[in-house]
Design a protein around this ligand. Structure first.
Ligand SMILES: Nc1ncnc2c1ncn2[C@@H]1O[C@H](COP(=O)(O)OP(=O)(O)OP(=O)(O)O)[C@@H](O)[C@H]1O
Length: 234
């Protein structure tokens, strides 16, 4: 591994030799090129990089939404490459929380129903799942809007529901794509504080893709995706 770290916490995410080549166009495009990354429990890593550098491609591989051309992704000691699609779905639900750039909330469901969904998919009773969802919605300041559907919420409110949905299962790893993109400074600060607490309390690891240098600078480490590899930033 090219990375050195003094972190003593267990490794939650490990990528080795990760390569992703898109072969769909007239020419092959290698977006990620033998990339290595290790993230420890409780650690928050920001990934920055210019448009088209491969940040979304990387997040999709880390979350098992796409498969690498070469190399491996291991989360909580489980190599994703060894899992079938259905096992991968169960693994994602158990260990990973996602916050996408476009939040993908279900339009027909209220905020609390959306936030409770990962628990319901897991088989938890609706009432218990919604109680837990209410707790986490309160932590992102959305308790008073819990009965509203996404169409009745502002962009920032929808983003906060998406963040609550990602955190509701107490995941081991949270993958975020521009999590504070739609948020004003005060709300963004609330979300940052919540991430700090979770990283500390539950040893949740975060990988956060962002163009926001304030958000990136707030994390434990900042890496830049450049030429298909990650370069540690000062
Ligand atoms: N399915 C695909 N087929 C072919 N090329 C793709 C595919 N998906 C992404 N690419 C290309 O791979 C490169 C990296 O894309 P990616 O979306 O990962 O970049 P990004 O760093 O997330 O960009 P942005 O900051 O603009 O969101 C781009 O040149 C893109 O055109």
């Amino acid at each position: 591994m090219s990375e050195t770290t003094s972190n003593k916490a267990p490794v939650m995410l490990k990528c080795e030799g990760l390569t992703r080549t898109y072969s769909e166009g007239p020419q092959d495009l290698t977006v990620l090129d033998t990339l290595d990354l290790q993230v420890h429990a409780g650690e928050r890593v920001a990934i920055v990089g210019s448009s088209g550098s491969g940040k979304t491609t990387l997040l999709n591989l880390l979350g098992g939404l796409d498969r690498p051309t070469e190399g491996s992704v291991v989360i909580a000691d489980q190599p994703l490459g060894g899992l079938s699609e259905s096992a991968l779905g169960r693994f994602r639900n158990r260990y990973i929380g996602f916050v996408y750039q476009f939040h993908h909330l279900l339009a027909e469901f209220t905020a609390v129903e959306n936030a409770a969904l990962p628990l319901i998919i897991r088989g938890q009773a609706k009432k218990m799942a919604e109680q837990r969802a209410m707790q986490i919605l309160s932590r992102v300041g959305m308790q008073d809007r819990a009965d509203h559907k996404p169409g009745e919420l502002s962009g920032g409110e929808r983003q906060r529901v998406a963040i609550a949905r990602a955190l509701v299962t107490d995941p081991s790893l949270v993958l975020m794509d521009e999590p504070t993109g739609n948020l004003d400074q005060t709300t963004a600060a609330t979300i940052l504080a919540l991430m700090d607490e979770l990283a500390r309390e539950s040893a949740c690891a975060f990988v956060i893709v962002t163009h926001d240098t304030g958000l990136a600078g707030h994390q434990d480490r900042m890496m830049k995706l450049d030429g298909g590899k990650l370069v540690q930033q000062p």
